[in-house]
Ligand binder design. Structure first.
Ligand code: HEC
Length: 122
């Protein structure tokens, strides 16, 4: 009986040690804005703008204006909803899907950065 208990204990302890490589911060739970910043600057900024106001250098040439991430309607959307938009894009819109160009992790990171941008003022 004690043997079974010891086995279970060491399995549990091992899982805990391997499963938690460091302190889990809130940032790691869904995306990391620091990593997302570089992706955003390379891939998204030209349309959505450096501050996320939808005013990037390519914006004036688009038939549909890029989303302004500061709008309440975008902020109300869940991470999953934004993820789906980024993954598959929007129909008939210059916002195409990024599946195949960005990994899941990169899309999560870029969402975290978009959320951080939306908190900032002008
Ligand atoms: C070619 C210009 C362009 C690029 C590049 C671009 N977007 Fe967009 N994006 C748009 C446009 C235009 C819309 C609005 C589409 C609509 O309303 O139909 C949009 C909408 C969105 C939305 C939806 C917001 C909402 O309220 O639902 C998200 C999220 C988004 N973009 C994220 C990104 C991310 C992240 C990147 C970079 C990986 C990116 N976009 C790159 C043009 C672009």
């Amino acid at each position: 009986m004690t043997r079974v208990f010891m086995v279970l204990l060491s399995v549990g302890l091992g899982w805990w040690l391997v499963g938690t490589p460091g302190p889990v911060t809130a940032q790691d739970l869904f995306g990391n804005p620091q990593r997302g910043k570089g992706i955003y600057e390379q891939q998204c900024q030209r349309c959505h703008g450096a501050g996320g106001w939808g005013d990037g250098p390519d914006a004036p040439g688009l038939k549909i204006p890029p989303a302004n991430f500061h709008r309440f309607i975008t902020q109300m959307k869940s991470d999953e909803q934004l993820f789906t938009t980024i993954e598959f894009g929007l129909a008939l819109s210059p916002m195409h899907g990024w599946r195949g160009r960005l990994t899941d992790r990169q899309m999560e990171d870029v969402i975290a950065y978009v959320r951080a941008l939306a908190q900032r003022g002008r």
